[in-house]
Design a protein. Structure first.
Length: 129
């Protein structure tokens, strides 16, 4: 996990040395986090909690059972899915927001995932190749 995170950070934020913390959790913990911070009472695949500090970007939480189900539905490995979710979470910590940017974050995510982890699924909705 540390190597994946370092590789994503090196590719996504090459100008400065930054760190993030990563929580791998289950559905119950993720549901509590999602309910507490987003007022949505269900688990989700990944959440990001920005710290507002250029040296420590913040926290990324990944729901591993959710990721496993998602990977099975999408026909790729759990490792690949966790890598995609980690990249997605880090991009949110860097200030990107796919809900408001007309696809820019997903385009960046696609390039980042392929650069760091090679060809394969990139986590972009509608692009399961």
């Amino acid at each position: 996990m540390a190597a994946w995170t370092e590789a994503i950070l090196a590719a996504a934020a090459p100008r400065g040395r930054a760190t993030v913390s990563v929580l791998l959790c289950g559905d119950a913990r993720m549901r509590r986090l999602n309910r507490e911070f987003r007022k949505i009472d269900r688990p989700t695949d990944v959440l990001s909690f920005p710290a507002g500090d250029p040296a420590f970007l913040g926290d990324v939480a990944v729901d591993v059972p959710y990721a496993a189900r998602q990977a099975a539905r999408r026909g790729h490995s759990l490792d690949r899915e966790v890598k995609l979710l980690l990249a997605h979470g880090v991009l949110h910590l860097l200030g990107h927001d796919h809900e408001t940017d007309e696809g820019e974050m997903f385009r960046l995510q696609s390039r980042l995932v392929r650069k760091v982890f090679g060809p394969g699924p990139d986590g972009v909705p509608g692009d399961e190749a």
